[in-house]
Design a protein around this ligand. Structure first.
Ligand code: PLP
Length: 721
């Protein structure tokens, strides 16, 4: 069962609100502008909800308008204030030169300011109000800038951290200024005792869907006498300040939520929410002992926890939580798709890693205690999975040691070849940005470092190799320039064996890895096809091509898979057929020869069809072991084989995947469809035309009846038939 802890992004709709919305659609469906009985009933409902809204936000007078959500409210407020500023300036009443907004505002605010400043050709200088390390506005700065300001925008509660702004302090700082003041109250509704009329706030905006109402309904409060320029002109609804027939199902639902809020029966009281936060924070501390919380709890609403864990990226944590079916978000929801550091945490002056690795966990005030307890249990399971799989600062893992692992940061690749039984490993092409993960991986698995090899004399590889050697003291201390042990012919790693590819220039090396099944990989560094075209490297590539062709001739089956030191196109591996100069051109792969193939990413219905029609289907789960351990697996019938091949271990499994009969479909899946699409595309490039990925990943799997099972999949692919 899914546990939804992303309430600051949106909330489910309260049962009472759903009932009210349905009634407003089915029975009381009138248009509040109609003067007949049906319309009058709708108007009465609308007036009642408006009165409830006034009470909820402490707006005894002024306007409370129904709008589509906070973004619309923000547009209207900014447009209204800026239009008034333009009029002030035109009438010679003095032009204010600046618009100020808090450095941690939701994007909707600065974007609206820039948009209207541009469209109205206002030319206002737009400045960010700095915040302190607790995320609170610098009131001295604000006081100093208030006299020149025309509009000031400050949020009531931050959506990423839950930090509560000091609205009375801001009001004080603005005293005497002619600036209009807009408050984004989205994350405060239902969580803070808002008394807008006491604060000289000119505009305040709210979104219903952040408090159990549906999307598409929001509120804009306008202080008595503050100017309004309608964003929408038309039928004259909302006193002609916001035209368009009102969203009555949304208004009815919002009314039900506001009733629930006023009754004190549905939402948990503040002390219970504080207790929930403490339970969750403790579970997080148990799971990730070196966790840091990114916002001070004494000035935050209790429903938001923002944290970072050293050594664990927010992407990794999201994958981990999602595998445990806990929905959280990285930074803010709007930027979750792009892994960018949080501008909120940056503005607070937090270290770069903290701002980049932040995760936000937020719950709604109607969350039942059992859900919090279940979440705590799953969070602890996430911690166990992290420890077992040697992530972060885990001291010792208990998971199986893979024999060939690829580490990647941006496009830079490093590899570890390990002998699980003998407890030894070799690193190929270490990189400074990957060194910490490499060291942690090796130490936590208790492996001895036999050697650190480089394919080229590149300074960043050399410095990373030196750091690894210094930290882990490899068994062979006497080595040649690129790390090969002096006087050693081959390095045996259990059933695997590493040798040097003969015939290369002095400053380059390639290493050949063969296993007991005569599968063969070659670490070729920059000599991978299409890696470089400069002249010096060209000669090197020609030498490498000749050497690799000799290797190719000595390896049966598909030859060696060439593993690069940089992989900007996410090929994972290439083959000689990928073009090593004209002399070595091979017949094009079938994909290039024009054979019609299906799209890589399959829709849920296409996936269902494949499952039904192809009993020879191979399902490949490319999620990492720390996700697979938490075990969202699929309830699917049929005889499909299932292979667990984490993306980090894809290169090891490629020979088996490529050796499957040509017609065998391979369906790759992961959490969101992103990693599986990359893996399937790589398989296609390598000639496996019937490789597909599940678009949307596990979330959109047709038989989404996912069961939580402890690892039931084969740990490694079985040898191809
Ligand atoms: N302001 C804040 C603080 C928010 O959290 C959000 C939504 O995330 C918005 C504004 C925009 O709200 P909506 O997308 O509902 O218009």
């Amino acid at each position: 069962m899914e546990i939804y802890l992303d309430a600051n992004a949106t909330t489910p709709v309260l049962a009472e609100a759903r009932t009210a919305a349905l009634a407003a659609m089915a029975e009381d469906y009138g248009n509040p502008s109609s003067v007949h009985g049906t319309g009058l009933k709708a108007r009465a409902l609308m007036d009642a909800v408006r009165a409830q809204a006034r009470r909820a936000i402490g707006a005894a007078d002024g306007q409370v308008l129904f709008v589509s959500g906070a973004t619309e409210g923000i547009q209207t407020a900014v447009l209204s204030a800026m239009t008034a500023l333009r009029e002030r300036s035109a009438s010679g009443a003095g032009a204010a030169a600046t618009v100020l907004y808090g450095a941690t505002e939701h994007k909707a605010v600065p974007e609206a300011i820039r948009h209207w400043n541009h469209l109205l050709r206002l030319g206002q200088q737009v400045l960010e109000i700095p915040v302190d390390h607790r995320g609170r506005h610098d009131l001295d700065w604000l006081r100093a800038h208030a006299p020149g300001a025309g509009l000031v925008c400050t949020m009531a509660v931050n959506n990423e951290t839950g930090v509560i702004s000091d609205l009375p302090g801001i009001a004080q700082a603005l005293r005497g200024s002619r600036a209009f003041w807009m408050v984004d109250g989205v994350q405060a509704l239902g969580k803070l005792d808002l008394r807008l009329h006491e604060l000289a706030v000119d505009y305040a905006t709210f979104s219903g869907h952040k408090l159990y109402a549906p999307k598409g309904i929001g509120l804009l409060y306008v202080r008595q006498g503050a100017p309004v320029t309608p964003l929408l002109a038309g039928g004259g609804q909302e006193d002609a300040l916001r035209s368009g027939t009102e969203n009555m199902p949304g208004i009815a639902a919002l009314g039900a939520v506001l009733s629930a809020l006023a009754s004190g029966q549905v939402f948990q009281p503040a002390h219970t929410l504080v207790h929930y936060r403490e339970r969750l924070a403790q579970a997080l501390r148990d799971a990730f002992p070196d966790i840091v919380f990114n916002a001070p709890t004494d000035v935050s609403v209790p429903t938001t926890l923002n944290f970072s864990v050293p050594g664990l990226s927010s992407r990794l944590l999201l994958d981990l939580f999602d595998a445990a079916e806990i929905r959280v978000s990285g930074g803010s929801a709007c930027s979750a798709a792009k892994a960018q550091p949080s501008h909120v945490l940056e503005a607070m002056g937090l270290p770069a890693w903290q701002a980049a690795a932040a995760v936000r966990l937020s719950f709604g005030p109607a969350t039942p205690a059992e859900v919090i307890e279940a979440a705590c249990e799953r969070i602890r399971a996430c911690g166990e999975s992290v420890r077992a799989n040697c992530l972060g600062a885990s001291p010792a893992g208990d998971g199986p040691v893979p024999r060939l692992t690829r580490f990647v940061a941006d496009a830079a690749c490093s590899y570890v070849v390990a002998d699980p039984a003998g407890g030894r490993c070799v690193v190929v092409d270490p990189r400074p940005e990957l060194n910490e993960s490499l060291m942690q991986w090796i130490r936590c698995r208790g492996l001895e470092l036999a050697a650190v090899l480089a394919t080229h004399a590149r300074s960043e590889v050399a410095s990373a190799a030196a750091a690894l050697r210094a930290a882990l003291a490899p068994a062979w201390s006497a080595t040649e320039a690129l790390g090969w042990p002096v006087g050693v012919e081959s390095i045996a790693l259990g059933d695997q064996c590493l040798t040097r590819l003969p015939g290369l220039p002095r400053d380059a090396a390639a290493y050949v890895l063969r296993d007991e099944r005569q599968r063969c990989w070659a670490f070729v560094g920059d000599m991978a096809p299409a890696a470089t075209s400069d002249r010096g490297a060209r000669a090197e590539r020609d030498a490498a091509a000749a050497a690799l062709q000799a290797l190719h001739a000595s390896v049966g089956g598909g030859g060696a898979l060439l593993l690069p030191a940089d992989d900007p196109d996410e090929r994972f591996a290439s083959t000689l057929a990928d073009g090593f100069g004209p002399a070595l051109a091979q017949p094009p792969a079938a994909a290039d020869a024009g054979e019609a193939v299906d799209p890589v990413a399959l829709s849920p219905s296409a996936v269902a069809a494949l499952l039904e029609t192809r009993s020879d289907l191979v399902l490949v789960d490319v999620r990492e072991p720390y996700e697979q351990r938490l075990g969202q697996t699929l309830e699917i019938g049929g005889g499909a084989r299932r292979w667990a091949i984490p993306l980090s271990g894809l290169v090891e499994a490629l020979p088996d995947l490529l050796a499957l009969p040509a017609q065998t479909p391979v369906l790759v899946f992961c959490r969101s469809g992103n990693r599986s699409a990359r893996a399937a595309a790589a398989l296609r490039r390598l000639g496996r035309l019937r490789a597909y990925s599940v678009s949307g990943g596990l979330a959109l799997w047709p038989a989404a009846a996912s069961a939580v099972q402890r690892p039931s999949q084969a740990a490694l692919p079985t040898p191809a038939a």
